[in-house]
Design a binder for this molecule. Structure first.
Ligand SMILES: [Fe+2]
Ligand SMILES: [Fe+2]
Length: 506
């Protein structure tokens, strides 16, 4: 090599190193990172083939896991396998000792290494491994975290090795300085690799922590256990469907991987504010608690007994006689109304009638048969919550807002809060808590609203209604669209792309 050639080669090397350095430092996917390093090392050394192994722990033992393989002259199928980190295989040896191997001829490995090249794989693909560079990838503490194995250095990188002659004529030995260069790249990558792995671990930690926390909050009420996780699963599928549609306003919209995660967390955390809702409201099953019904039964018994004594003593008047005759009927009615999901106008009138009845307590004081609290709860038109209780439950969105505001979201999750807190808003502005109209809510928020309702309808039986089958739930969603509550185009996509099926698959 003359001076000019040397300078050019050096220039090329520096450029290549720079290029790979830039590309790798951006990479957040460990597999792609390893793929790039293998491809780069092959190109840099003009190698025909190569493999990459990662060191993993299995049952407290270190093993070498075959991660990636490339061969420019043969089509090969990737097959998973693992080697022990010991002196019994070439890659295992490099991992065990931490030394690189420059094997000029794999058929003539120096005796002192006591290694034998296993050519069974070559035979399967009709290939011939001549020489090999095996380089350990070490982290900054010197631990081997992977092995880079590159095979058959060629005179011409683009030459495919087909015939016996090609193997004879086109393969040249690896220079030791090349090995040093590959070691240095491999070690830089090792550090990057560990950083990416750490990043993945932190992400996993965050995700599992959030999922566990949310599951715990949902499980305060057995009827909503698993709700948020299922909404999050639906959310991922819905977003991916948006990516696939080739019609309508969303045909060009693509959720990036980061937006997918953001949407997932928004869905997962949308009800986190339920932590602030008191249990007696959250767990309310009927209009009145069993304790309260018990005390009404006791009260009625007392009144009955009292009136019987009065009658025995001949002290009872006509009005009291009338009350006495109706007590059993009233009590039956109260007990039945207590578990109803809806009451009619006649039933309301009957409650008004009962509300007017007074009785004489043991201290002679006149009291109401049912008090204001009991009357108010029994008189709920639909469901089992009074207006104040409903308002209290609706506050969960405000609490979600307050909680999510306190989290230091990274840039790519910055919209989690705004998406999450719009899940009870309705397109016509009748939702809560902010009464936002369609155009004031992001379409991701409107997607979440659909998913939240769908999941709640199809989840397990509720206190005052059965879980609906999917078709009935879809019909209810449809009527919500017609009433102007839900986004009709997103609803269409939800149906057409069968987003809801994802829950059956799980
Ligand atoms: Fe909610
Ligand atoms: Fe919800």
């Amino acid at each position: 090599m003359n001076n000019n050639e040397t300078i050019n080669k050096l220039k090329y090397t520096i450029m290549q190193l720079n290029k790979i350095g830039m590309a790798l430092s951006q990479e957040k996917d460990t597999y792609k990172l390893l793929e790039s390093i293998l491809e780069f090392a092959m190109e840099f050394t003009k190698s025909d083939a190569g493999s990459l192994y990662t060191v993993e722990e299995k049952e407290e033992k270190k093993i070498l896991k075959f991660a990636i393989t490339r061969n420019n002259s043969r089509e090969i199928k990737f097959k998973e396998f693992a080697l022990n980190v010991d002196k019994n295989s070439i890659a295992g040896y490099a991992a065990y000792t931490g030394d690189y191997l420059n094997l000029k001829n794999v058929k003539e490995i120096p005796r002192e290494l006591s290694l034998k090249y296993n050519d069974s794989f070559d035979k399967i693909i009709n290939y011939k491994t001549i020489n090999m560079l095996v380089v350990p990838m070490k982290d900054f503490e010197g631990n081997v975290i992977g092995i880079l194995q590159i095979i058959n250095k060629k005179k011409d990188y683009n030459k495919k090795l087909n015939s016996e002659d090609d193997f004879q004529n086109y393969i040249i030995p690896y220079e030791n300085e090349e090995a040093e260069m590959v070691i240095s790249i491999a070690s830089q990558v090792a550090v990057l690799f560990q950083r990416v792995k750490l990043y993945e671990k932190i992400e996993m930690l965050f995700k599992s922590f959030m999922e566990t926390m949310v599951a715990t909050i949902d499980a305060r009420n057995p009827e909503t256990a698993g709700h948020s996780k299922r909404v999050a699963i639906l959310a991922l599928r819905f977003a991916k469907s948006i990516n696939n549609v080739d019609y309508g306003s969303y045909k060009d919209y693509v959720f990036s991987n980061e937006e997918l995660m953001e949407f997932y967390y928004a869905a997962l955390l949308h009800d986190i504010g339920k932590i602030g809702i008191s249990e007696n409201v959250l767990l309310k099953k009927n209009r009145l608690t069993n304790d309260r019904i018990g005390s009404i039964i006791y009260r009625f018994k007392f009144i009955k007994k009292n009136l019987e004594i009065k009658e025995f003593k001949n002290l009872i008047n006509e009005e009291e006689k009338g009350i006495y005759n109706k007590l059993d009927e009233y009590l039956d009615f109260i007990v039945q109304t207590n578990t109803k999901g809806y009451i009619t106008e006649e039933e309301e009138e009957k409650l008004e009638e009962i509300k007017k009845v007074k009785y004489e307590d043991y201290d002679g004081e006149l009291k109401l048969l049912i008090d204001d609290f009991e009357f108010k709860n029994l008189k709920i038109k639909r469901g089992n919550l009074t207006q104040e209780e409903r308002k209290h439950i609706e506050k969960h969105v405000i609490y979600t807002d307050q909680i999510l505001k306190k989290i230091n979201w990274v840039e790519n999750l910055k919209n989690v809060r705004s998406i999450a807190i719009s899940h009870h808003e309705k397109c016509n502005g009748t939702g809560y808590p902010f009464k936002l109209k369609k155009e004031q809510v992001s379409f991701k928020g409107r997607m979440l609203t659909i998913l939240d309702i769908f999941e709640a309808l199809t989840a397990r039986d509720r206190a005052y209604r059965k879980a609906l089958d999917v078709n009935k739930a879809l019909n209810i969603l449809k009527s919500e669209v017609e009433r102007g509550y839900l986004d009709s185009e997103l609803y269409e996509i939800f149906i057409k792309e069968k987003v809801y099926k994802v829950l059956e698959e799980k």
